[in-house]
Design a protein around this ligand. Structure first.
Ligand SMILES: Cc1cc2nc3c(=O)[nH]c(=O)nc-3n(C[C@H](O)[C@H](O)[C@H](O)COP(=O)(O)OP(=O)(O)OC[C@H]3O[C@@H](n4cnc5c(N)ncnc54)[C@H](O)[C@@H]3O)c2cc1C
Length: 267
């Protein structure tokens, strides 16, 4: 069986897109391997929620897919080949689809190992997401230019007490459940209950292997969320722009509309 559209990723961008497509009567498959960025997040700035745990929001998204009778499979996409349609190879078998939507979020694998254990537990990649938790408190920041300057500018909205640490001097982080400090290469320890990291984070290698154009770590798309490849769209954190749920939802909706229009013209 060949699906009209396969959405890879079940975060806010992928789920929104799949729902628009299904409601337009298309045959939609959603594949996802895990809860993506939401697994690390506590959300306090998304419409209608004062505060919601990211994993809970993710599960609500999965429920919504199922309530809309969208086929959803928990599997990892390993590779995609362009034949007459797209062949999507996963850990649980192959799927075929006329259209693809890449909603794979950020590739967390590019975050250095030394930070990964505390991501979402005091370590953050997003000033607007987590800065408000440290309003008028001390924050620690590290990373590389030009991301570092941008991160400091954004943190300034919440606190003036910003301590910068040279990325090359950070050996490891310590703490039980949350970050409690930073071990430096000269043997010093810095007690710190947070660390904002400003590094380039790129979209998954899946896309580049397929031949999708990447620009500055982001999948390149036009205003309709079309990539350079025919019938391949990309949305959410995988493409340029603010890495926020609201923007991911907007992208998902935009790609949904565009595909519906394109299919109408094809007929
Ligand atoms: C610590 C932290 C805190 C945050 N706080 C906030 C906040 O307060 N407010 C806010 O608006 N945003 C916040 N964000 C950002 C927000 O989580 C993202 O902007 C949003 O989740 C992006 O949605 P997405 O659908 O593009 O990607 P994601 O939500 O990351 O979803 C990606 C999906 O792709 C799937 N996937 C990836 N690769 C594959 C593969 N090979 N095969 C199958 N599936 C695959 C994943 O399993 C996942 O389902 C935060 C992020 C982090 C890390």
């Amino acid at each position: 069986m060949t699906y009209d559209v396969t959405v890879i990723g079940a975060g806010p961008a992928g789920v929104t897109c799949a729902i628009y497509l299904k409601r337009a009567g298309l045959n939609v498959l959603t594949l996802y391997k895990d809860s993506g960025s939401l697994k690390y997040a506590t959300i306090e700035n998304f419409y209608s929620y004062n505060s919601i745990n990211g994993e809970e929001l993710f599960n609500k998204g999965l429920d919504q897919l199922k309530e809309n009778s969208i086929d959803v499979i928990n599997t990892e996409v390993l590779a995609i080949q362009q034949e007459l349609d797209y062949k999507i190879m996963t850990t649980t078998g192959d799927f075929y689809s006329k259209y693809l939507v890449i909603a794979t979020g950020l590739n967390k694998g590019v975050i250095p190992k030394k930070y990964q254990d505390y991501l979402g537990s005091g370590v953050s990649t997003c000033a607007f997401c987590d800065g408000p938790f440290y309003r008028k408190k001390t924050v620690w920041v590290t990373g590389k230019e030009p991301y570092l300057s941008q991160m400091k500018t954004e943190l300034n909205y919440f606190t003036k007490d910003i301590i910068e640490i040279d990325e090359s001097t950070i050996v490891s982080l310590y703490g039980n459940e949350r970050i409690e400090g930073i071990n430096l290469s000269n043997g010093d320890k810095v007690d710190a209950n947070n660390l904002f990291i400003a590094l380039p984070l790129s979209a998954s290698s899946l896309s580049s292997n397929l031949g999708v154009m990447i620009d500055g770590g982001n999948i390149k798309v036009d205003e309709s969320m079309r990539t350079n490849l025919k019938r391949v769209y990309a949305v959410g954190d995988a493409v340029k722009g603010k890495r926020q749920i609201s923007k991911a939802v907007y992208d998902g909706m935009t790609a949904g509309y565009s595909i519906i229009e394109e299919l109408k013209q094809d007929k």
